[in-house]
Ligand binder design. Structure first.
Ligand code: MLT
Length: 333
C-alpha cells in the first residue's frame, strides 16, 4: 500500500484525498479510540479579538477539558473568511483541523463564484454553538441619541462611515439590511474582522457599525460607544436600555448570528460524534454559560449542538442569502 505523504499544513493533494478519506473512514472506529492524541487546531477565519474569535476561545477551552487535549485557535482572516475556510476544506479529514464560523460560510457560497468547493458538501458538520443578536452602534460622540434621530441625521449626512468585516460578513449583512430598510446609502469601510473595526470605532476613526452583541456589549455598558437598537424580538437582559429595532421603528428588522463547528468532509463519523459529544458537554459548563451570557449570547440547545442542526443551518442560510446577493449583483470575484 502506498504511504500517504501529508503536504504542508496536513493538506493532501486533490488526487490523494479520496484514498486518504477511504483509509480514514475504514480506520475510523480505531482512530476514534485514540482520538485526540495530539493538539487540535481550530481555524477562525476572522481577526483576533472579534466576536467569532471570542466565541471560539471560550468553546475551545471548555472542549479541551472534555476531550483531554489542547484545542488551539488559529486566526486566518481575509476574503470574507474563505481563506481560513479553504484551509479546513483542504485539510486531512482526521479531526485535527476544524473550523468555527457563522453565516459568512453561507454568503461566501454565493458571493465567491470561483470557490474551489461546494459549501453544502464540503464539511462534516459537528454542531451549532451559539446564537447572537446584532446591535446598531456608533462612536460615543456621534450626535444622534435615538434610532429615529439617527435615521433623520443620516439622511443629511450620507458621508457617514459604516464599518464591517468584509463582503458577506455578519456586519456587512446587517449594514446592508439597515441601509435597505432606511433607504440610506452609507460609506462602508471593510475590516478583516469586527475586532479591528471596534478599535477604530472606539478611536472615533469611523462613525458606525452593525455588530454582534458578543462584541459590543462591553463597550456599550462602558459607554465607550453608543447603541441604537438590538435585532431581537425582545430586549436583552444585558442591555435593558437598548430598544429592539422593532420598538425603535425598524419593523421586522431581526437578525441572529449562529456560530457552528465544522470538520472537513470525510472526517470519520466516530470522530465527529466524539467532537459533538464534547461540544454538548462544553456548552453545559456553568462557566461557559456565564461567559456567554455576559456577552449577550446563549449556547444553543443540546439538540442543536449536532451535525444535522449545523448542516440544516448552513443549507437554509445559503438558500436564504443567495437570491438577495444575486439580486444585489454584488459578487466578491
Ligand atoms: C468577526 O469575528 O470579526 C465577525 O464574526 C465578523 C462578521 O462576520 O461580522
Amino acid at each position: 500500500m502506498q504511504a500517504l505523504s501529508p503536504a504542508r499544513h496536513g493538506s493532501l493533494t486533490r488526487r490523494a484525498l479520496p484514498l486518504a478519506i477511504a483509509l480514514l473512514l475504514a480506520a475510523g472506529p480505531t482512530l476514534a479510540q485514540d482520538y485526540p492524541s495530539r493538539p487540535i487546531t481550530i481555524v477562525v477565519p476572522a481577526a483576533a479579538g472579534g466576536p467569532t474569535d471570542t466565541i471560539s476561545r471560550v468553546t475551545a477551552q471548555a472542549m479541551s477539558k472534555a476531550l483531554g487535549q489542547q484545542l488551539l485557535i488559529e486566526n486566518v482572516a481575509g476574503a470574507g473568511g474563505t481563506i481560513g475556510t479553504g484551509r479546513v476544506v483542504r485539510a486531512t479529514p482526521d479531526g485535527y483541523t476544524l473550523l468555527i464560523f457563522h453565516v459568512g460560510l453561507a454568503t461566501a457560497a454565493t458571493l465567491y463564484r470561483q470557490l474551489p468547493y461546494d459549501t453544502k458538501q464540503a464539511f462534516a458538520p459537528v454542531g451549532l454553538i451559539t446564537d447572537a443578536p446584532m446591535t446598531i452602534v456608533a462612536r460615543s460622540d456621534f450626535p444622534p441619541n435615538t434610532l429615529g434621530e439617527l435615521v433623520s441625521y443620516l439622511k443629511s449626512h450620507d458621508k457617514t462611515s459604516l464599518g464591517n468585516a468584509g463582503l458577506g460578513s455578519a456586519a456587512h449583512l446587517c449594514g446592508m439590511l439597515f441601509m435597505a430598510e432606511t433607504k440610506i446609502q452609507l460609506t462602508t469601510v471593510p475590516y478583516r474582522g469586527t475586532g479591528p473595526m471596534m478599535n477604530d470605532l472606539l478611536g472615533k476613526q469611523i462613525d458606525m457599525g452593525c455588530d454582534q452583541a458578543t462584541n459590543t456589549t462591553g463597550p456599550i455598558l462602558g459607554k465607550l460607544i453608543k447603541a441604537y437598537a438590538v435585532t431581537t424580538k425582545s430586549r436583552l437582559n444585558t442591555l435593558p436600555d437598548v430598544p429592539t429595532a422593532e420598538e425603535a421603528g425598524l419593523k421586522g428588522f431581526e437578525l441572529n448570528i449562529r456560530h457552528g463547528l465544522w470538520a472537513p468532509k470525510g472526517t470519520p463519523p466516530a470522530i465527529v460524534q466524539k467532537l459533538s459529544a464534547a461540544l454538548k458537554i462544553a456548552l453545559k459548563e456553568p462557566d461557559v454559560i456565564k461567559r456567554f451570557s455576559d456577552i449577550s449570547t446563549t449556547p444553543v440547545a443540546e439538540n442543536h449542538a449536532t451535525p444535522e442542526a449545523a448542516q440544516n443551518m448552513l443549507v437554509s442560510e445559503i438558500d436564504r442569502w443567495a437570491p438577495i446577493i444575486k439580486a444585489a449583483g454584488q459578487y466578491a470575484d
